[in-house]
Ligand binder design. Sequence first.
Ligand code: ZN
Ligand code: ZN
Length: 379
Amino acid sequence: MRAQVLEAFNQPYTLKTDFPRPPAPQGHEMLVRVTAASFCHTDAVFASGQMQQGLPRVNSHEFAGVVEEFGPEAEKVAQAKGIAKGNLVGVPGRAFQCCGECVECTDNGGDLHGYGVWCPRASNLGLTRDGGFQEYCLVDVRQVARVPEGGSMKAVDIAPLMCAGVTVWNALQAAGLDMSGSTVADKKSVAIVGAGGGLGHLGVQFAARLGWHVVAVDTTPAMGMLKSVVEELGEDGKNVTVVDALQESVDAAKKRIFGEPAKGLEGEKGCESSLILPESQPAFDFGMGILKNHGTCVAVSFPKDGWRFKPGDLVFRHIKLVGVLTGRNHQLQAMVDFAAKKTVKAKIRTYPLEKLNDLVEDYHRGVGGKLVVDMALKP
Ligand SMILES: [Zn+2]
Ligand SMILES: [Zn+2]
């Protein structure tokens, strides 16, 4: 079968046409025919050698495919999840073959008993096991999300949600949003710093569709894409205020959006929460600065050498600083169901599998949106 294999760090992928097909699924495994596979920032980090994981490797930990075959223990779980042969499923990287015994697997926040997304003994597809840039892949039935049938979500729309989507969904939940969308009585504000990026533009759509006021912060090059995201939200687009952080300081933005504060009461004006998506100090400073007192700052990315932060923000302003990485399996399913129902889609560019190296080049050029391999495309 065809596969794109990373054989050496900092080198292009090698296209194989005789890559061995995965063996028959065992245990909770099921065989999926991959139909779309998305490229994530972590794939770029992996390919640079920074994660020091083994080669050769087939990357992509956010993909989608059609169920072909079940392992002996997989069919029952699949049935319980409403998944049958021939169904389209979304596949995240975590967690493939977890141990079922550790704290992550047993105290798992409401996921299937014995299944822990953060199990330290589990493998991660696309990182420690082969992932989506191949025609067939073995996945763990417990890790996937069912894709509602009959909607407008295609495999290329589902793939980018499997890492970027669930991560930003979990970040919004950590930021205090009610993900059922049922309690938006007094409109609260969330700032998304890096709103024009892969995670950011999904976060803007989720938060606006959930009825929150979104302060969408990015820099000049991202403005075009951000404005088209807002336009496509229709009526919900009215929930979004766009800020170009190269043109407007955080204090100016705060005054424009929330009004001039009374003297001494500056801490009462601002967002309830913020998400930090870019790996930069200015992004962090903006995300902290836009908050009102008692706000929550959710970090998703951070610079290699860490941030400088003002302890006074935590102590005197009582800001909570929390971190988020991907999400649990039930969050993944809730996110897919919501995205299908409310039409939340990533802006995508598609490539045939053979052109993965062109995709990577475009990624490093910063073309924007999510870059997705569509297996149906011919080179
Ligand atoms: Zn990822
Ligand atoms: Zn475990």
